[in-house]
Design a protein around this ligand. Structure first.
Ligand code: Z57
Length: 836
């Protein structure tokens, strides 16, 4: 695709309908798409037909930018970031593309003139939920910022047929429903069958001497699977750059089908076909809980191999030598899920392209960067050696050789230190043998980063300490960020207009400029408007809650919100203990002065995570009692909203007064929801964990509700032999809370239902809820007092929004570009194909 052909003359009208932005053109284009793509006339069209017609109308307006971008990158051989991630939690595309194209208002008017409601059409989109939580959503924010900053970039991942399950709540328990997101078609993607590649699995290797006398290896696989790329355009905000998200879908290879068909094994051939297609069938729904399943390793190998082969194809198409690989591409490993890329690039360079080890290793290590996202031991990927070797017989040989050479280097730097050697080894040989993916990622990368300042320090002191001793120069921090386009402009149009009316709209691309609204924090008029907006959004959410759950919540109560994956370390149950504490206070003294609060929860539990599912049931059970107790008289409401996803997140963040960020210190690598809340003017109650530390630094300690033990104090307490029961015994209030649960009060008298939870807290309490309990309760009391002075609360709220500039993902991406990727912007000039 060096030059695009000149369009035939007479196509001007058609091009105009596909690019034009006037209201009349948009309306005509919309009706045209409804007719020619959906095959419907208005009387028969469903809401979904209208959504699809609008989506195609918008996609048409992206295509010129997308093709111009690809053409420019090709012609300039631009240095490109490749972001390898097993998850991309994109959320709905339509609204975001309207914002980034700058045509939200025009489309809104065009739809209104056609008698349609844009908001309803936006709600119609089935979001691509190809991720679990923070890690997948971070990848999506980074794609937005890369495009906005005009950085050449490709996102590479898997086109799961089923994304994260839909969550229903039945009798207070989570029920998982398959996410058939492709059911009605996906207007945002284009299949690229001509760029399909093959991926090998199993079998054995053979060595031979080639015609130059070099030792070479041939891999004879047991099966071969075809990877088909599907491309989605990722448009930057008010720029012409449209980068690509390239997701791979697995298919059977024809050659294999033919072999089986020819031998008369019809059933076997079809079976083989469906087997291959299983690889991209479903996203593993565990967040921070590693599961050593072969299919998961097959998935990782699948998208990594497809993506690296694709990079080599791009390089060769641009007539660049393989030696130039690390200059053309900077490849980021989003956690260890794609870490097999280190061995796979070695294999491709040596076995498929005839390169020698030293050269291939030099290229490989200059190519990769590795981002660590967690310190939790249960999240660290280790593949049983046997399973790994059977699936990837060539890669295990390469890993052994990397390891042999690496351990020689270690011996030179640290002589006579066998403990260090066994800790650094790519193979865990302490019992059953494992391949350690984090070790492979560290050895094979030139940069290693954590995702918040505290986390990056802890990475160096704990999980990757030995690697830090070995290669201190590789380690850096890049604090996470989130895109203000989706999480402020799109989610919170009212606050966006207010801010823009005061300081213009430059802040949307330069979030530091939000500081300019600080000067209005003491302006009574501005405060009033800021507060009115929050109130209106809370009313909207209250209406939504009423329609979803039939619970009535008071929009003037304090909206206290915790939305995130359910995990014991995130301590949703500490939040629940506080609710019970307030409830007990009211029961003991029905006229007690309690600041009215609405507690909102949302989040999915991994289907196999028993304790997380019990926490969901626990919250719902508390709600059942509290919401209908007349003594409470509407002062407390507890709502668990089902199926928390990106679409719902966009509704929730702007409606929050209080953001719950209450993980045990040292456990949450960064958190990103914390940033989205604060940008939308919520105050945070939080521990000194992850990015909370930096958020507090930015917004000011006086505008942040801090509680709990520090990371060091947590470690010290554990080292001293933590006994949660001591807290229970010495704290009357805490004891009453726990006893209420144990008595069956929230479980219709059943004392068994929550016993696992209670027993765990009293006798194990790995996440120190009881140690932090009193500090949390006291801090919540300060929150309640503060909320009574709405003028001061609103001031704090404005200052939170004003000081969140640092947490734009644009800043994160600039950090990556400067310190790790060494890549520069390549602005895209819009060519008008209609002027021929
Ligand atoms: C995931 O969502 C995160 C880390 C993981 O290792 C896996 Br697996 C999934 C999260 C962290 O828990 C958050 O603290 C962090 O903000 C997010 O990744 C993005 O870095």
């Amino acid at each position: 695709m060096q030059t695009l052909p000149t369009p035939p003359s007479g196509s001007v009208q058609i091009e105009d309908d596909r690019t034009g932005l006037s209201i009349e053109t948009l309306k005509r284009a919309f009706l045209d798409n409804l007719f020619y793509i959906q095959g419907k006339f208005p009387a028969l069209a469903s809401k979904n037909d209208y959504y699809m017609a609008l989506a195609y109308t918008v996609r048409d307006r992206l295509l010129r930018r997308w093709l111009n971008t690809a053409e420019t990158y090709t012609n300039t051989q631009a240095r490109t970031v490749c972001y390898l991630s097993a998850e991309f939690l994109m959320g709905p595309h339509l609204g975001n593309n309207l914002i980034n194209l700058g045509i939200y208002d025009q489309i809104n008017q065009a739809m209104t003139e056609l008698g349609l409601d844009l908001n309803e059409l936006l709600q119609q989109e089935e979001e691509p939920g190809l991720g679990n939580g923070g890690l997948g959503r971070l990848a999506a924010c980074y794609l937005d910022s890369l495009a906005t900053l005009e950085i050449p970039a490709l996102g590479y991942g898997i086109r799961y047929e089923f994304g994260i399950f839909d969550q229903e709540i039945r009798d207070g328990w989570q029920v998982e429903i398959t996410d058939k997101w492709l059911r009605y078609g996906n207007p945002w993607e284009i299949a690229r069958p001509d760029w399909a590649v093959e991926v090998k699995y199993g079998g054995h290797t053979e060595s031979f001497i080639d015609e130059h006398g070099n030792y070479r290896v041939r891999w004879v696989p047991f099966k071969v699977v075809k990877g088909l790329p599907y491309d989605t355009p990722i448009l930057g905000y008010k720029v012409n750059t449209a980068n690509t998200l390239r997701l791979w879908s697995a298919e059977a290879t024809e050659s294999f089908d033919f072999g089986a068909f020819n031998s008369g094994d019809y059933f076997g051939a079809v079976h083989q076909k469906s087997n291959s297609e299983n690889i991209s069938k479903v996203l593993y729904p565990n967040d921070e809980q590693y599961q050593g399943k072969v299919l998961r390793l097959e998935q990782q190998m699948f998208f990594v191999s497809c993506s690296l082969q694709d990079m080599i194809r791009i390089l060769q198409m641009q007539n660049m030598s393989l030696e130039k690989f690390p200059e053309k591409f900077s490849v980021q490993l989003n956690d260890t899920h794609p870490a097999i890329a280190v061995a796979e690039l070695m294999r491709l360079l040596m076995d498929e392209h005839g390169m020698q080890w030293d050269n291939a290793w030099n290229i490989t290590t200059r190519t990769f960067g590795y981002t660590n996202h967690t310190l939790l031991p249960e999240a660290l990927e280790r593949w049983p050696l046997k399973l790994f070797s059977e699936l990837l017989p060539r890669h295990i040989e390469i890993i052994y050789e990397i390891n042999r050479r690496f351990l020689d280097d270690v011996r030179i730097k640290f002589p006579d230190d066998p403990g260090r050697l066994s800790r650094l080894s790519l193979i865990d040989e302490s019992g059953e043998k494992y391949v350690r993916m984090a070790n492979l990622a560290c050895v094979g990368s030139s940069a290693i980063n954590g995702v918040a300042a505290l986390h990056s320090e802890l990475v160096k002191q704990t999980v990757l300490k030995d690697f830090y001793d070995m290669y201190p120069e590789k380690f850096t921090n890049v604090t996470n960020g989130v895109t203000p386009r989706r999480f402020v402009v799109l989610s919170n149009p009212r606050m966006t207009s207010l801010i823009t009316s005061k300081i213009g709209d430059n802040w949307i691309k330069h979030l530091d400029e939000l500081r300019r609204i600080e000067q209005f924090a003491d302006d009574p008029g501005f405060r009033y408007e800021f507060r009115q907006i929050k109130q209106a959004i809370k009313q909207d959410l209250a209406n939504h809650i009423k329609s979803e759950t039939d619970v009535e919540v008071d929009p003037s109560s304090l909206f206290d919100i915790q939305v995130k994956r359910i995990h014991e370390y995130k301590r949703q149950h500490l939040n629940a203990l506080h609710i019970i504490h307030l409830y007990n206070r009211i029961k003991a003294n029905p006229s007690a002065e309690i600041t009215p609060r609405t507690f909102l929860f949302g989040g999915k539990a991994a289907p196999g995570y028993y304790m997380a599912k019990l926490i969901i049931k626990f919250i719902n059970s508390i709600g059942e009692v509290v919401n209908r107790d007349p003594d409470v008289a509407g002062r407390l409401k507890v709502v668990f909203l089902k199926d928390y996803n990106v679409k719902f997140a966009q509704r929730v963040y702007p409606a929050a007064d209080l953001s719950e960020q209450i993980s045990t210190a040292g456990k949450e690598a960064s958190g990103t929801g914390n940033m989205k809340f604060s940008m939308n003017g919520a105050l945070t109650i939080g521990t000194l964990d992850g990015a909370n530390v930096e958020i507090r630094e930015e917004v000011g300690a006086e505008n942040f509700f801090l509680f709990g033990l520090t990371t060091e104090e947590v470690a010290a307490k554990k080292a001293a032999g933590y006994r949660p029961i001591d807290y229970y015994e010495s704290n009357n209030d805490l004891r009453q809370v726990i006893d209420r649960i144990a008595s069956g009060f929230f479980s219709h008298g059943d004392t068994g239902l929550f016993r696992p939870l209670v027993d765990n807290l009293l006798h194990k309490d790995e996440y120190l809820l009881l140690a932090d309990y009193q500090s949390y309760i006291d801090c919540q009391e300060q929150v309640s007092q503060a909320y009574r002075n709405w003028d001061h609360w609103t001031r704090m709220s404005i200052l939170n929004t004003a000081r969140m500039g640092k947490f734009s993902s644009d800043r994160s991406i600039r950090d990556y570009c400067q310190n790790i990727w060494k890549v520069q912007p390549v602005p895209i000039e819009l060519k008008d194909y209609t002027q021929s």
